[in-house]
Design a protein around this ligand. Structure first.
Ligand SMILES: [Zn+2]
Length: 543
């Protein structure tokens, strides 16, 4: 296939040009930088303009030509091949991170791919309010010169800081204060900086003042901009460095920037994680204030909220965030593989926001507990531990009944109902998993899961505070009922009925739509969706 951007040449000229470019490029593809073999790749190579022909300098000039694998040229992420090459580098860094089981790469991955994050910074404070430091590990004059900056004080925050231009070798990524990965917005930033538009915000970092005089500079803000510049070949970055700051305060500031202040677009899962860190911090502060040892957990969530009365609402949220975070981070959580953690993708069936609005808001106890936070830990009766482990167990039942071996990542979710409506061949098991994983659908059927539990306790003459439904140890008999219920629920015909695409599943339905369907068998407009209302007893009959 001839690329529209490919220069018009005779076969012979093209052959010669390919050989010349092959030499100039040291035998590597301009985009992916992997080796090219003129024989083995024959017929699968492209000669393309580096700067697109439509661009300001997109000349039909040999100096503006590059040799690439055809496949690389076709899947390039930018029309300018130099930008495409930079983005291809980042793709490789992302693949490495994912092969290690992480969702996305972070600045630490970019730094280590470019020889950064290697040394601690030799640093000292002098009595005249100056900061002195050196890059002694670097060769030549850069390693010899003593660097100096003024130490400033942020009067409101009572924090000391200085400005410095640091070589990458002395910059490290702080994944504790900033646990985010690098998202797709990087592409836009690379293009922006490539055009020559300057960075508008300086990156933020911190350094501890250690007794031996070396401190590790940790970057916690501005990682996307830093990554884009490093990918484009920058070897130094300007940084505002806080000296010996209160780390918990930085975490809190960063969390607020992403939540209440909306300065940063944080994923909700990241906010939950930061909330969880802040919970651990409040526990430490409480212990410190009451002269308790760090393993003393004799106080309750209610005590915590009382102690931090000025920020009671936030502390309540941190407590619940810690539970939510432990559930999603749980190593045995098998539903995790089906959750899209950053934004909206089309590969996985459930967004994190759906989990937040279904499992978490329906099933995680929001009330503060007045029992000691460590109570029952040793006997397996701690209510929060039980809650985490049993919700994970329920999620695993859901994964097993609906998603595992059934949902096909290759097909994904993109315009799935439209495909069904056009009569395309969508496998039944995939369609079922997709439909049952829709937020409003899942929220409605999870209420029935709760009813199965309530009914079990009622039948046995017991009652259960519904807002703490997973904080007590459920008997195996109940787990078996839940398994049967989910299995039978997944067997209902509506999940695979293609005619319901228009009547029920196409588009996002308003709140209450699915409650009405399950309670009456009909949608709010009166059309039949189920042959009869959902009947718990029928769904509890073993197959
Ligand atoms: Zn290539």
């Amino acid at each position: 296939m001839a690329m529209e951007n490919e220069p018009a040449l005779t076969a012979n000229d093209r052959e010669q040009l390919i050989r010349r470019l092959f030499e100039v490029q040291l035998g590597r593809c301009f985009i992916c930088e992997e080796p090219i073999d003129l024989d083995l790749h024959a017929g699968k190579l492209d000669v393309d303009h580096v700067q697109p022909k439509s661009g300001p300098d997109g000349k039909d000039d040999p100096a503006n030509f590059a040799l690439t694998h055809s496949s690389c040229n076709r899947s390039k992420l930018a029309s300018d091949l130099r930008v495409a090459r930079v983005l291809a580098r980042f793709e490789r860094i992302g693949r490495d991170a994912r092969s290690q089981g992480r969702e996305a790469p972070n600045l630490g991955d970019v730094l280590s791919a470019f020889g950064g994050a290697r040394y601690d910074l030799p640093i000292s404070l002098s009595s005249d309010g100056r900061v002195r430091y050196s890059f002694k590990h670097l060769a030549g004059t850069a390693g010899i010169k003593i660097q100096e900056s003024n130490l400033h004080q942020d009067q409101l925050a009572q924090m000391d800081y200085f400005f410095a231009v640091l070589p990458l070798e002395y910059i490290h990524h702080d994944s504790k204060v900033n646990p985010r990965g690098i998202g797709k917005s990087l592409r836009g930033l690379v293009e922006e900086f490539y055009k020559g538009n300057p960075q508008l915000h300086v990156a933020l970092g911190w350094v501890p003042m250690e007794a031996d005089g070396d401190g590790r500079v940790m970057l916690f803000d501005g990682q996307h901009k830093a990554a884009a510049q490093i990918l484009l070949g920058q070897r130094t970055l300007p940084v505002r460095v806080f000296v010996d700051p209160d780390i918990d305060r930085l975490i809190e500031t960063n969390t607020n920037a992403g939540s209440t202040l909306r300065q940063v677009a944080f994923d909700k899962s990241i906010l939950r994680h930061l909330g969880s860190e802040l919970y651990a911090d409040r526990v430490r502060k409480y212990q410190h204030a009451h002269h308790l040892s760090s393993d003393d957990e004799s106080f309750s969530e209610t005590d915590l909220v009382k102690h931090f009365a000025g920020e009671a609402r936030a502390v309540r949220r941190y407590v619940v965030d810690a539970v939510r975070d432990q559930i999603t981070q749980h190593p045995e959580n098998r539903l995790r593989s089906y959750i899209e953690f950053s934004g909206k993708g089309t590969e996985k069936p459930i967004s994190y926001s759906t989990i937040d609005k279904t499992f978490f808001s329906l099933l995680v106890g929001q009330d503060m507990l007045s029992t000691p936070i460590g109570q029952g830990t040793e006997t397996g009766e701690n209510p929060r531990v039980l809650e985490v482990e049993q919700i994970v167990r329920l999620m695993n039942l859901v994964a097993e009944s609906i998603f595992e071996g059934q949902y096909d990542f290759e097909i994904g979710t993109y315009q799935l109902e439209a495909k069904v409506q056009k009569g395309e061949d969508v496998p039944e098991s995939h369609l079922r998993a997709f439909r049952m994983g829709k937020e409003e659908v899942m929220a409605a059927w999870l209420k029935y899961v709760q009813r199965v539990i309530d009914q079990y306790y009622l039948f046995n003459g017991l009652s259960l505070p519904s807002r703490r439904v997973f904080q007590v140890n459920h008997p195996e008999l109940l787990w078996e009922r839940l398994r049967v219920f989910l299995h039978n629920l997944a067997g209902l015909s509506l999940w695979t009925n293609r005619e319901l695409s228009l009547l029920a599943f196409g588009g996002k339905q308003p709140a209450g739509f699915w409650d009405t369907v399950f309670e009456t068998g009909r949608n709010p407009q009166g059309a039949q969706v189920l042959p009869e209302p959902l009947n718990i007893n029928a769904l509890l009959a073993p197959a």
